[in-house]
Each structure stands twice: as structure tokens, then as C-alpha cells.
Ligand binder design. Structure first.
Ligand code: SF4
Ligand code: SF4
Length: 382
């Protein structure tokens, strides 16, 4: 059985004790840390935002966890490769840099690339991570529960994509334009990283236009588990998704060796999962059943321009910062000099939604064409 602790907490005032309650419920901190061990905390530091922004793991969770590890006698480290800017800049914006200096906690090298590989089912899984992972005995994924434009949900497993150095991430989006192939690549990263512990900050989650520009939503729960897949399965149930709705979760389950195969293999500790389910949680968009119904390759080649969801720009909000252009690998979005507005070339666009993720003012949303909605309705009735 895979144990998941669900700890009720409705604010970030006493994260040290909230986390302690979670570790106690799971059998005590000593089950997960050894004296002197180097634990790399990988929070979700998407981009430079204010410290109370729901797009990132709350700084009070990060601080409390680092102190818990330190107080135990282990060595906490921290690292992430944000979508934009350096990890130091993001940590500074979140008022964490001084804390790290005072507590003498090291930020690992998050830019130099190294290669990690393993063999699985006669296949070599190989990815580039930042060098700092080699400084750690264990990696802990410390995620935020959020909606996600491309993957619908982001939590403990998707958070590990931040182990890939910044500039390489758009390249991977370009290499895996199909959602399911991209999700499979994320599961490869999960399998390579082998996180030893997972925490999902669902005290204040993010709903709507995630992962960068959604709205805060109280779910009042800290999710903790030794198994990242089990933690994610609980998180998606809270926001009313099924495992097969979320490609990363569905594919991780299908590998059979990464965690539970179903909810019967999860033991909930703390408070029952049912107490946290929010049926009104606003999703980033409903997943289209059309890809799974017809098959992604056919969709990609024939129907994509007509019926796939696409990013659209709200010109009233756009401040022309050009961040979307910089992150767009196929260069599908750029300033139109005649209109002086950002313009998307939908024939080039691979629907990776990196632009929607990175836009600092939430000017990019995902639009689902009416034809796609109608086809989805039809498929539901079949
Ligand atoms: S990132 Fe957002 S605000 Fe900046 S140019 Fe693109 S659409 Fe406009
Ligand atoms: S326009 Fe946006 S969604 Fe399209 S390829 Fe560029 S970054 Fe990805």
C-alpha cells in the first residue's frame, strides 16, 4: 500500500508544525531522512512573482521544510530551473534569498547540464538535468496544485520538469508536440529523478488559467507522500479529475512500477480525501476526447488547424514584453509591426502553451473552437 497524508490547514502561518503533523502521520521524519543526508528540495518556482502568488510553492512551506531537514541533522539544498529568469532572482522576489543566506542553505547549480540515463524495458531513458542534482543524496519534489494549459494539471510529477535546465525546456516542447508523447517524456523524467518524497501545496491551489495566471483557490490541504504518483492521484481527485483525464498520471500508472495502479492501493492518513474534493474547481479547459478517439497522429496532420484548442491573446492586457516570443521555440508568436500587436501564426504553433505559461499578465488564454466542443459532446454521447 502507498501512504498519503492529507493534512488540513487553511493558511501558511505555522507550516513547520503542519509539515511535522504530516511526517508524524506517515510514521515519523526518521523514516524519510538519515542524519547527514543531502536533501535537494525542488519547489515549483515557475517565474518571478510575488511571494503570495499561487503559481509557485508558497515560500513559508519552503522555509519550514528546509528548517525541518536542517533541525533533523541533514543537509537541505534547494534548486529549480524557472521558466524565465534565474533561480536566484525568483527566490529573491519571494523574499527567500536572505533566509537562505542566514540559514546557510545552498542553492545548487541549476544551469550546467549533465546527462542522466537508466535502462527500462530494453529502452534507454536519457535526459539532461541541471548539475546540482548530483550534489544530493535524495530529491524531494515540493509542488503546487495547479491547472496547466497543456497537461491540464501540474503537481508532484510535472514539477520535476524543472530539473531540466531552462533553455532546453522549449526544445523538448518542440520535440514532443503531441500531448501524450510530451507526457510520456515527463514520466521518463520522473522515473530518472526517482524523487524520494513528494509534497503538494494545496492549501491555496491555483484554478483557471494556470499554470502562470490562474486564480487562488483554497483547498486547505497539504498532501504528503513517499510516492509522487500516489500524491498526484489524490490531488487530481480533489479537483474532480479521473486518472485517465491527465496524460502524465495515466501513463505513469501504466508503467506499473512507479506507484499505485488504482485508489485501492492508497492508504489515506490524516483526514479523508472526500473531505477535500472541490467539484467547482475551475479547470484550465476540458480535455478534448477527440485525440484519444481518433488518435493523435491523424489529428496532428489533418485536423489540427481546424479543431485543436489554441492560444489567443487579449490585446487589452498585453504589455508587449516579448517574453512569449522568446520562449516560443517554433517562433510562432511575434510582434506584428503593422498593427503593433503580438500575432500568432497558428500553422507554426505546436500548442505547447509555453507562451500562456510564461505571460506575466495573463494575456494569453487557451481557446477551444466551437467545432471541437461539438465533437466532444458527440463523443460523450457515443
Ligand atoms: S508574454 Fe503576454 S504580455 Fe508579453 S508580449 Fe506576450 S502576450 Fe503580451
Ligand atoms: S505560440 Fe505559444 S503555444 Fe504556440 S508554439 Fe509558440 S509558445 Fe507554443
Amino acid at each position: 500500500m502507498f501512504k498519503v497524508a492529507l493534512i488540513r490547514q487553511n493558511n501558511y502561518l505555522d507550516c513547520y508544525n503542519t509539515l511535522k503533523r504530516g511526517f508524524d502521520a506517515l510514521g515519523g521524519l526518521e523514516k524519510f531522512i538519515k542524519y547527514g543526508e543531502r536533501i535537494l528540495i525542488k519547489p515549483n518556482l515557475l517565474m518571478s512573482v510575488k511571494s503570495n502568488c499561487p503559481a509557485v510553492t508558497h515560500p513559508e512551506i519552503i522555509k519550514a521544510l528546509l528548517l525541518i531537514i536542517k533541525d533533523f541533522g541533514a543537509i537541505p539544498l534547494i534548486g529549480d530551473s524557472p521558466g524565465r529568469g534565474t533561480v536566484e532572482k525568483v527566490l529573491n522576489n519571494m523574499n527567500l534569498l536572505d533566509f537562505l543566506k542566514t540559514e546557510n542553505i545552498r542553492i545548487v547549480d541549476c544551469t550546467t547540464p549533465i546527462t542522466k540515463k537508466i535502462n527500462f524495458n530494453n529502452r534507454e531513458i536519457k535526459h539532461t538535468f541541471f548539475k546540482g542534482v548530483n550534489n544530493a543524496d535524495k530529491i524531494w519534489t515540493i509542488a503546487k496544485l495547479k491547472t496547466h494549459g497543456q497537461m491540464f494539471y501540474t503537481g508532484a510529477i510535472k514539477n520535476l520538469f524543472g530539473l531540466v535546465p531552462g533553455a532546453l525546456k522549449p526544445e523538448l516542447h518542440f520535440k514532443y508536440p503531441d500531448n501524450w508523447k510530451f507526457a510520456d517524456m515527463i514520466v521518463d523524467i520522473f522515473q530518472l529523478a526517482q524523487p524520494a518524497f513528494a509534497i503538494i501545496d494545496a492549501i491555496i491551489a491555483m484554478e483557471g488559467n494556470g499554470p502562470g495566471s490562474g486564480e487562488p483557490k483554497n483547498l486547505n490541504c497539504l498532501i504528503m507522500s513517499e510516492n509522487a504518483l500516489a500524491a498526484d492521484m489524490c490531488a487530481i481527485k480533489m479537483i474532480n479529475y479521473k486518472t485517465e483525464d491527465i496524460p502524465i498520471i495515466d501513463l505513469a500508472i501504466k508503467r506499473k512500477i512507479l506507484g499505485p495502479q488504482n485508489y485501492n492501493e492508497i492508504t489515506i492518513l490524516g483526514e479523508p480525501l472526500e473531505n477535500f474534493i472541490d467539484l467547482n474547481f475551475k479547470k484550465v479547459r476540458q480535455e478534448s476526447k477527440i485525440t484519444t478517439f481518433f488518435g493523435a497522429p491523424i489529428i496532428g496532420k489533418i485536423l489540427k488547424p481546424l479543431i485543436l484548442s489554441k492560444p489567443i491573446i487579449n490585446f487589452d492586457k498585453c504589455i508587449k514584453c516579448n517574453h512569449c516570443n522568446e520562449i516560443c521555440h517554433p517562433k510562432a508568436i511575434k510582434l506584428n509591426n503593422q498593427t503593433n500587436k503580438m500575432k500568432i501564426d497558428y500553422l507554426k504553433c505546436i500548442r505547447c502553451y509555453c507562451c500562456q505559461e510564461i505571460c506575466p499578465v495573463g494575456a494569453i488564454k487557451i481557446y477551444k473552437p466551437p467545432l471541437l466542443k461539438s465533437i466532444d459532446e458527440l463523443i460523450k454521447k457515443l
